[in-house]
Write a protein that binds this ligand. Structure first.
Ligand code: GTP
Length: 595
C-alpha cells in the first residue's frame, strides 16, 4: 500500500486537465507516443468533439522514482457543474489532487468549488500553474491568487504546460512525495467506493471502485449496499489503457468489476461494495441519489417513431442512470416522454446522442424545473411540466427550487452582473475581493431563472470574464403563474411555461413576438395569443402567404410534389404539425430566447 498514490486533477473547465493527463500517461509510458491520440481519456466521440470530459474514468500508471516503482491511480473528473456529484465522489476516492490553474485565466468559479470539495475530504493539494507556455500567461499574478486561495507557499506551486510538457516530471515527483499513501485495513470486511461506471453492451456495466478497506477476490459474492443487490465478481482487475484482469484487489487500490449487470440503475456512484458473507457495518458516507434538476418533454418528429424513440431512450438510460423518464401525452404533440436531466448541458448531450447513436430526431419542449404545488388541503404535488400544474381554484401556493450561485469576475463587471442577477430575481448575499480586481459574488436565485440562458448572458455581459458555479439550497415560495399560448384559438400545451407573475405580462408579449418570427407563414393567417387562465394578455398575427407565392412553391405535377414531400420526410426537419399549424423546434424553445 505504501507505494500507491491515488489522485485526481481538478480545474475549471478548459484549464487543461485532459491535456496534462495525456502528458502524465506519456511520461510514465502507460501509453506510447504512437497510441497517443489527443485526449485518450475522452474516448466517447461526443466528448472528443466537444472537448469536454463527460464521464470520469480511472487509469493506472507505474512510475519509477528513486529506484522504487510506484502505482499511480489517476481518477479523471468531469469539468461541468451538471456533473458535480461525480466530481465529489472521485475526490472521495483519492488522497491528493492536482489543482490546475490556467496561467492566463487565473482562478475561476470551479477552481474554488472543486478546491473546497478537496479540502472537505482533507486531501493533499498540489497547486499546478498550467499553460505557462501561453504568451498571455501571467504567472506571478496567478501565483499570488493561488497562494491566497490555497494558503500554500509560492515555492510549492509547480509551473507546467500540458502542451509542451514543461514541469510534467516535477508534477510526478510531487505526487509521490507529497500525497500520502492510502491507509486502510486489508483484513477488515470489504468496503469499496463506487465512483464511476462504464457501459459495455457486451459484458454489462463495468463498475469502477476504490477499495478503502478489505480485499476483493475474483469470484467473491459481493453486495451493493444502497441498491441492495448481490453479484458475483466474475471479473475484477485494474485499469490501464485497456482493462487488465487480476485475481485480487486490496485496500488502497482502484479497480473494476464486471458482473453482467445490465442496467445502470443498479450501479450508483457513491454506493458501497461489500462482501456478502462478511459485510461491513458501515456504508461509506456521502452517498446521494442524484436528482434531475431540469425536465423537458421529448417527442418524436414523426408520431409513428414513438416506439423507436422509447427503445432508444431505454437503451440510453442503461448507460446513463442520471437520465430519468416517463411517458407523457401532450394534446399538441401526442405521445412522448418527460425526461429529467442534471442540467442544460446534460439535456443537450442526451438530445445529441439520441440523434447520433440512435438516429432519432426529436422535438424537445421548454425545459422546466421541478415545482412543488400545494393544494387547498395542504397536500404537495410535484410538478415537472407546466401541464401538470394544479388548477388555480385548487392551488394554495407554489414553491420552487433556489440555488446559491457563485460568480467570479473582474471588478469592472460587478454592475452589469448585479443588474442581470436582479432581473433574474437574484439577491446578492456576499461579495468578496479575491485580489484587487477579482471579485467573488454570491447570489441566491431561483433555479428556473438559471435554466433560461443565464450562463450565456453572463458570459456576454462580462466579455467572457465571469465564471459560475451553483448548488441547490432548497425550496422557497414564489408567486408563479402558468402562461399558455394559443394558436388560432387552440391552446398548445407544449408551449406553456410557468413564470413569475411580475414578469408574466412582459413575457407573454415578447413570447408572442418571438413566435411570430419563428412560425413559418402558411396558407392561412395564424393568430398567436398568450393567456393566463382565461385572460388573453397578448396577441400577434402571422399573415397568410400570398396566392401567387404559393403557386410557385407548389406548382408542377403531383408526382414531383410527392417526391418533394418524401424527400422532406427523410430529412426529418425538426418540425411538428399541431392542428393545422407547423411549429419548428426553435419555437418550442422560444421562451429561452426572450430577453
Ligand atoms: P474539460 O475536460 O472540459 O474540463 O477541459 P480540460 O480542463 O480537460 O481542458 P483540455 O485539456 O481539453 O484543454 C483545453 C484547451 O486548452 C485545449 O484547446 C488544449 O489544447 C489547451 N491546452 C491545454 N493545456 C495547454 C497548455 O499547457 N498550453 C496551451 N497553450 N494550451 C493548452
Amino acid at each position: 500500500m505504501e507505494n500507491i498514490r491515488n489522485f485526481c486533477i481538478i480545474a475549471h473547465i478548459d484549464h487543461g486537465k485532459s491535456t496534462l493527463a495525456d502528458r502524465l500517461l506519456e511520461f510514465t509510458n502507460t501509453v506510447t507516443k504512437r497510441e497517443m491520440q489527443a485526449q485518450v481519456l475522452d474516448n466517447m466521440d461526443l466528448e472528443r468533439e466537444r472537448g469536454i470530459t463527460i464521464k470520469s474514468h480511472a487509469i493506472q500508471m507505474n512510475y519509477v522514482y528513486k529506484g522504487k516503482t510506484y502505482v499511480l491511480n489517476l481518477i479523471d473528473t468531469p469539468g461541468h457543474v451538471d456533473f458535480s456529484y461525480e466530481v465529489s465522489r472521485s475526490i472521495a476516492a483519492c488522497e491528493g489532487v492536482l489543482l490546475l490553474v490556467d496561467a492566463s485565466q487565473g482562478i475561476q468559479a470551479q477552481t474554488i468549488s472543486n478546491l473546497y470539495l478537496a479540502l472537505e475530504h482533507d486531501l493533499e493539494i498540489i497547486p499546478v500553474l498550467n499553460k505557462i507556455d501561453l504568451p498571455g500567461a501571467m504567472p506571478e499574478e496567478v501565483k499570488d491568487q493561488m497562494v491566497d486561495l490555497v494558503g500554500c507557499s509560492r515555492e510549492s506551486i509547480i509551473p507546467a504546460s500540458g502542451k509542451d510538457g514543461t514541469g510534467v516530471d516535477k508534477v510526478l515527483e510531487a505526487i509521490v512525495e507529497r500525497i500520502p499513501a492510502p491507509k486502510g485495513d486489508k483484513t477488515a470486511p470489504l468496503q469499496a467506493l463506487i465512483f464511476d461506471s462504464v457501459y459495455n453492451s457486451f459484458r454489462g456495466i463495468e463498475v469502477i471502485f476504490r477499495v478503502l478497506n478489505g480485499t476483493i477476490k475474483k469470484g467473491d459474492k459481493v453486495k451493493f449496499v444502497a441498491t441492495d443487490t448481490v453479484y458475483h465478481a466474475d471479473e475484477i482487475g485494474i485499469l490501464k489503457l485497456e482493462k487488465e484482469p487480476r485475481t485480487v484487489i486490496e485496500a488502497g487500490d482502484v479497480g473494476y468489476l464486471i458482473s453482467g449487470i445490465k442496467s445502470a440503475k443498479e450501479v450508483k456512484v457513491g454506493d458501497t461494495i461489500t462482501s456478502f458473507d462478511n459485510p461491513t457495518k458501515e456504508a461509506i458516507v456521502g452517498f446521494e441519489d442524484v436528482k434531475p434538476m431540469v425536465f423537458a418533454g421529448v417527442y418524436p418528429v414523426e408520431t409513428s417513431d414513438y416506439e423507436d424513440l422509447r427503445e432508444a431512450i431505454e437503451k440510453l438510460q442503461l448507460n446513463d442512470a442520471s437520465l430519468v423518464w416517463e411517458p407523457e401525452t401532450s394534446a399538441a404533440l401526442g405521445f412522448g416522454f418527460r425526461c429529467g436531466f442534471l442540467g442544460m448541458l446534460h439535456m443537450e448531450i442526451i438530445q445529441e446522442r439520441l440523434e447520433r447513436e440512435f438516429d432519432q430526431t426529436v422535438i424537445t419542449t421548454v425545459p422546466s424545473v421541478s415545482f412543488h404545488a400545494f393544494d387547498n388541503k395542504g397536500e404537495m404535488h410535484v410538478v415537472n411540466a407546466p401541464s401538470e400544474m394544479l388548477d388555480p381554484s385548487k392551488l394554495d401556493r407554489i414553491e420552487e427550487p433556489f440555488i446559491k450561485a457563485q460568480i467570479i469576475t473582474k471588478s469592472e463587471y460587478i454592475g452589469a452582473i448585479m443588474t442581470l442577477c436582479m432581473e433574474k430575481r437574484g439577491v446578492l448575499r456576499n461579495q468578496v475581493y479575491l485580489t484587487t480586481d477579482r471579485v467573488e459574488m454570491i447570489f441566491e436565485m431561483p433555479l428556473s431563472e438559471m435554466v433560461f440562458d443565464f450562463f450565456d448572458k453572463l458570459k456576454t455581459i462580462s466579455k467572457g470574464y465571469a465564471s459560475l458555479d451553483y448548488e441547490l439550497i432548497g425550496y422557497r415560495e414564489s408567486n408563479m403563474v402558468k402562461l399558455d399560448i394559443l394558436l388560432n384559438g387552440d391552446k398548445v400545451d407544449a408551449l406553456s411555461a410557468i413564470v413569475h407573475r411580475d414578469k408574466a405580462y412582459e413575457w407573454g408579449k415578447k413570447l408572442c413576438e418571438k413566435l411570430k418570427e419563428l412560425l413559418p407563414r402558411q396558407q392561412f393567417e395564424i393568430a398567436i395569443q398568450a393567456a393566463i387562465g382565461a385572460k388573453i394578455i397578448s396577441r400577434e398575427t402571422v399573415k397568410a402567404l400570398r396566392k401567387d407565392v404559393l403557386a410557385k412553391c407548389y406548382g408542377g405535377d403531383i408526382s414531383r410534389k410527392r417526391k418533394l414531400l418524401e424527400k422532406q420526410k427523410k430529412g426529418k426537419k425538426r418540425m411538428r404539425q399541431v392542428g393545422n399549424v407547423e411549429i419548428p423546434q426553435e419555437a418550442f424553445m422560444a421562451v429561452l430566447k426572450i430577453d
